[in-house]
Write a protein that binds this ligand. Structure first.
Ligand code: UDP
Length: 252
């Protein structure tokens, strides 16, 4: 475990989320460099929290990661309803960009794992052209299947990265990292969901103004309508948080 005192955390429907800004998150991640163990980072959003209500293993993993980033505007809203306001949304894709910028400056080595074939390579090309000097020491689509683990782990070991970014979607990527944490040999491993799709340009991110008014989720639903069923987690999350907020006020 990290010996420094951890950041403030709040509890949202039984899932721990850290109240960090982008700068604080990057400082914490940089603090993991040189550690003999792998620190797991998760980007917790309302979909994660609703999935964790029905998946005890996923909930346990989220509650023990070294850093649980507050992703998703719904989480910010929920934190206010629950009387434990978070300061900032820390989105996974923006954290990846900032981590790439930091790594280019400081010489940290990245490994990109997951997404469809070719997407990690394209993401590496985009990041390296944006952040001069960045070392992406390995890319691999692979799969989250247990049978593929020995081959993937060998590629990671041979590349000797500092940071491993895993894009298998939640909860697969969190479980993959957790399962392999003692043999990864990296300072930090983070589940990044669809970040590679956005950075490589394979998926289109909402314009900045839509993100600013908190409607990125609506844009994603418009671009990828097949997500509608998964996105039902959002109203379910809102309902559960409201109930929790009301019952804790009544109990006070
Ligand atoms: N993905 C993958 N293997 C899988 C499932 C997903 O490589 O078995 C990749 C998928 O191609 C995408 C990323 O994981 O690049 C994130 O998937 P999704 O959009 O479902 O996750 P979200 O962004 O919603 O967390």
């Amino acid at each position: 475990m990290n010996e420094r005192v951890g950041p403030r955390a709040i509890n949202v429907l039984g899932v721990r989320v850290h109240d960090v800004t982008y700068n604080e998150a990057l400082d914490i991640i940089e603090g993991f460099v040189g550690s003999t163990e792998t620190h797991q980072v998760a980007t917790v959003n309302p979909e994660f929290i609703m999935a964790a209500q029905e998946d005890e293993d996923f909930k346990e993993i989220l509650n023990q990661v070294s850093l649980a980033l507050p992703d998703g505007v719904g989480l910010l809203w929920g934190s206010h309803i629950l009387g434990q306001p978070l300061r900032q949304r820390v989105a996974g894709v923006d954290t990846v960009e900032r981590l790439a910028a930091l790594s280019a400056r400081k010489g940290y080595r990245l490994f990109l794992l997951g997404a469809a074939p070719g997407v990690a390579e394209e993401t590496a090309r985009c990041l390296c052209s944006r952040y001069s000097g960045l070392q992406v020491v390995g890319t691999c689509a692979g799969s989250a299947d247990v049978q593929e683990e020995p081959e993937i782990l060998k590629r990671i070991h041979d590349a000797r990265p500092d940071f491993l970014l895993v894009a298998y979607g939640a909860p697969k990527q969190e479980k993959w990292i957790y399962r392999n944490r003692s043999t990864l040999g990296v300072a930090m491993a983070m589940g990044v969901g669809g970040s590679f799709d956005f950075i490589s340009g394979r998926a289109v991110r909402a314009p900045r103004w839509i993100r600013r008014i908190g409607l990125e989720w609506l844009h994603r639903l418009y671009r990828e309508p097949w997500r509608w069923e998964r996105m039902l987690a959002l109203p379910r999350f809102a309902g559960s948080v409201l109930m929790e907020g009301i019952s804790s006020r009544l109990g006070r």
